[in-house]
Design a binder for this molecule. Structure first.
Ligand code: F6P
Length: 539
């Protein structure tokens, strides 16, 4: 056992679990009419209803005690003051300073200024392509944190996107994504952003190389030399590598290595966001996150929204042994949010060694999955209601919408609440039986069908409500989950800011891509890989 699972706070929660595991949430609502008032929070324009969870006052206090035992407030201060919280790479993870208007690092303000000037030059046609035409399309070439955050924010705030310049995202090394994007674009009016913190990511560099060829193939010989300058910018920590690729120094937006990839949309990596939605909306996004930062830094743990989400996640992951966490936004504009959270959560906390270099004896990050409502109701909600797994759900919804049809939003909102209520109350076999009789089934048939229509209920969900999905509330929502992930990492005593697990695959891919092209001794490979390589070579 590690010192965490052996700790008094953890041992107390094991007792709590044994004592409360069969409690029915529905009964708790019946006996305590103030339950929702007690188990809800407001912060940074978000409202969290966490009353539909398998907790009571005592459990919640003991979960907060777990956070206190982890010295969470001290770690929060370390995060906000740029200490080396990334303890394997000896770096800070100072993404909070990127959205703090009082931040002291000069490079933050100068980079924002440069981003703003660049966007203005694009939108005012001051920046033009090699043939003198204005830019109409921007293609962001990046992957992971250099893609998911900007792509999600641009998609989420598409209602704010300017019509003049369309922003596209290409991440996959599968040539289909780049091909399908470029086939409709004009090289004279297309600008590429090569977004890569390390500027060594194979997928991004191959996409950038192919894009460069696509451009230069269309450029007359005498204009080839400076075409790159008109059509390529880079966002990276390593400007020297971008220059070596052929991008001029003036076209490089740098950021610090203490910005983690999956926490980088607030940095220069956010340039495609600013191009799409404008500088004011980008600053509102930063401000929304900053509001959640201030809440996280200052609120007592028991009234701290990211901490509560984190503790509930630990309660289900480590005590109920739930292996997944569903994110179900009832908002089509948040369709990419679950996908974004997969990297944020699973790449941060999908770890098995703790700060004491010990292999840990408890689960950490759950599998993050999800999809938009109401679509999920016609896809995977059946399993939520009658499947064998206990699957905690975060519902996310806004009170107002971005379209002129209120009846649509009324139905969307009603469905979101209905799903959460159905998970809570279920439907007993007896209720199903009498419903079937009322529908006209005879007793024999009703008795036979009733078990198939029973829903166990007592299935937990959180409901996050915002007045409207805006740059400000989106910024707060993203920061909420960033700090939830950080809090869980601290309690699990793991490093949320490295990602050594992805390196082996990259190394193997490098040697295998060589094996596909050349005749080489494959005897060191397993027979499966050998056969699969040969299938490709003999296609
Ligand atoms: O997935 C590994 C990873 O390093 C992520 O952490 C990162 O966001 C992504 O690859 C892209 O890295 P880069 O921005 O350096 O190209």
């Amino acid at each position: 056992m590690t010192d965490l699972t052996n700790s008094p706070a953890w041992q107390q929660l094991i007792k709590d679990f044994e004592k409360t595991r069969t409690q029915q949430m529905y009964d708790q609502f019946s006996t305590d009419p103030t339950r929702t008032e007690k188990f809800s929070l407001r912060a940074a324009e978000l409202y969290l209803d966490y009353s539909k969870n398998r907790i009571n006052n005592e459990t919640l206090q003991h979960l907060v005690a777990l956070a206190e035992a982890a010295h969470l407030p001290e770690h929060i201060e370390n995060l906000f003051t740029g200490k080396a919280v990334n303890f394997t790479e000896q770096r800070a993870a100072w993404h909070t300073s990127l959205r703090d208007p009082t931040a002291l690092q000069p490079e933050i303000h100068s980079t924002l200024q440069r981003m703003h000037l660049f966007c203005s030059a694009l939108h005012s046609d001051h920046w033009r392509g090699y043939s003198g035409k204005p830019i109409t399309d921007v293609v962001n070439l990046g992957i992971g944190g250099s893609d998911l955050g900007p792509r999600m924010v641009v998609d989420t705030l598409s209602a704010l996107s300017n019509k003049k310049i369309k922003v596209h995202f290409v991440a996959n090394v599968d040539g289909s994504e780049l091909y399908n994007t470029l086939k409709n674009l004009n090289p004279e009016t297309t600008l590429f952003i090569v977004a890569s913190k390390t500027f060594t990511t194979v997928e991004t560099l191959l996409n950038a190389t192919t894009a460069r060829t696509w451009l230069l193939n269309k450029v007359v010989e005498r204009k080839k030399a400076d075409a790159i300058t008109h059509h390529f910018v880079a966002i990276t920590v390593h400007a020297d590598r971008a220059i070596k690729f052929g991008i001029s120094a003036d076209n490089i937006f740098s950021f610090s290595d203490w910005v983690g990839g999956r926490y980088s949309l607030w940095s220069a990596i956010g340039l495609p966001i600013m191009i799409a939605i404008g500088v004011d909306a980008f600053l509102q996004l930063l401000n929304g996150a900053h509001c959640m930062d201030q809440h996280f830094r200052n609120a007592p743990l028991a009234q701290n929204m990211p901490v509560i989400l984190a503790l509930l996640g630990i309660w289900y992951t480590n005590f109920y042994r739930c292996q997944t966490q569903a994110i179900i936004p009832y908002d089509q504009n948040l369709a990419l949010f679950p996908n974004y959270l997969q990297q944020l959560d699973m790449e941060s906390n999908g770890k098995s060694v703790n700060v004491n270099d010990e292999i840990i004896d408890y689960p950490t990050a759950p599998i993050i999955w999800g999809g938009v409502g109401t679509n999920g109701q016609h896809a995977f909600h059946q399993l939520l209601h009658q499947g064998q797994f206990l699957l905690p759900v975060d519902f996310i919804i806004a009170l107002d919408n971005h379209h002129p049809w209120p009846e649509h939003h009324d139905l969307l909102y009603a469905n979101c609440l209905a799903q959460s209520q159905a998970l809570l109350q279920g439907r007993t076999q007896k209720q199903a039986y009498y419903e079937l009789l009322a529908e006209g089934y005879d007793e024999t048939k009703a008795k036979k069908l009733a078990p198939h229509k029973m829903l166990p209920g007592n299935r937990p969900s959180n409901t996050l409500v915002m007045k409207k999905l805006t740059p400000t509330t989106l910024g707060a929502l993203i920061a909420l989950y960033e700090h939830k992930v950080f809090t869980q990492g601290i309690i699990w005593q793991i490093n949320s800011f490295d990602q050594y697990g992805v390196e082996v695959g990259k190394q193997l891919a490098t040697s295998l891509s060589k094996a596909l092209k050349e005749d080489m001794d494959m005897s060191a490979y397993d027979s499966s890989t050998q056969v699969l390589v040969n299938l490709f070579k003999k296609k």
